[in-house]
Structure formats: C-alpha cells, structure tokens
Design a protein around this ligand. Structure first.
Ligand SMILES: *[C@@H]1O[C@H](CO)[C@@H](O)[C@H](O)[C@H]1NC(C)=O
Length: 135
C-alpha cells in the first residue's frame, strides 16, 4: 500500500508539469504583443478594399474588407509587418507594424479612407502616413 509520503512524491512531477503549462513561454511573450487594427472608413457604398498582410516570418492573411470592417490580429512587437491594399484602380503598400515606430504601444490602428492611410495608437488621433496610388 502507498503511504501518504509516496503519494506526495508521485504527485510532484504532475504538479510541476501543470505549473509549467500555466507559465509557458507563449504566456510570457504575451506582453510583447500588440493589437493591429485596419479599419475600412471608405465612403458608404464603396466596393470592398482587398487587403493582404504578412510579417517577415508569418502570413497574416487576405481580406475583402467592407466599409466599417476591422481587419485585426496580434502582432509581435519586434517584427516588421507589411500590408498591401487594392481598391478599384488604386493600390497601396505600407508598414502596418514598424518595431521602432510602434515600440511600447499596446495597439496600432489604421484608418483607410479615400484620402489614404492614417495611423493612430489610441483610435482617436490620426496621422496620414500613406496615400493611394494609380499607374
Ligand atoms: C475605434 O473607434 C471607433 C469609433 O469611435 C469605434 O467604433 C471602434 O469600436 C473602436 N475600435 C476599437 C478596437 O477600439
């Protein structure tokens, strides 16, 4: 029969692996993530904007973003993220996340309208960073 102390020692590895599961490296890296938002603020009834984003090592995806939609993901603060957009005969490409520029921010917001691409870190103060181009 197992004594109480035997059971205790048998439980140590179980408790240990459970604890390390809770403190996995993903968990520790969490604070270095920032939330990226790309918000389609084109005029009502516009055709969707096609937007595709990737970082140097991760493919984020491609969306047909309708007016009012928000394309959002968690980015690693230390990576550069590129996006490109098509809207009718217009196109654009820009850095959705730039490690030096966005260092220490919790979120990066992009407002896309007919005048171009506007950056904010608080979803309220916007600075124009890029414009639509045509051939
Ligand atoms: C950003 O601001 C707009 C307008 O105030 C609001 O509708 C939207 O929910 C906000 N988005 C986030 C992610 O805070």
């Amino acid at each position: 029969m197992l004594s109480r102390s035997h059971i205790f020692f048998l439980l140590i590895p179980v408790l240990f692996s459970f604890t390390s599961m809770l403190c996995s490296s993903d968990e520790l890296e969490y604070k270095f993530l920032l939330r990226v938002h790309i918000i389609n603020a084109l005029p009502q009834n516009s055709k969707p904007a096609n937007i595709e984003c990737k970082s140097t090592d991760t493919y984020i995806g491609e969306r047909n973003l309708n007016v009012g939609d928000d394309f959002t993901w968690n980015a690693k603060e230390s990576s550069l993220y590129y996006c490109r957009a098509f809207w009718g005969r217009f196109f654009a490409s820009w850095h959705a996340v730039q490690p030096k520029r966005d260092d220490g921010k919790a979120a990066v917001f992009w407002l896309v309208n007919e005048h171009g691409f506007f950056l904010s870190w608080d979803n309220s103060t916007w600075v124009k960073k890029s414009v639509w181009e045509t051939e």
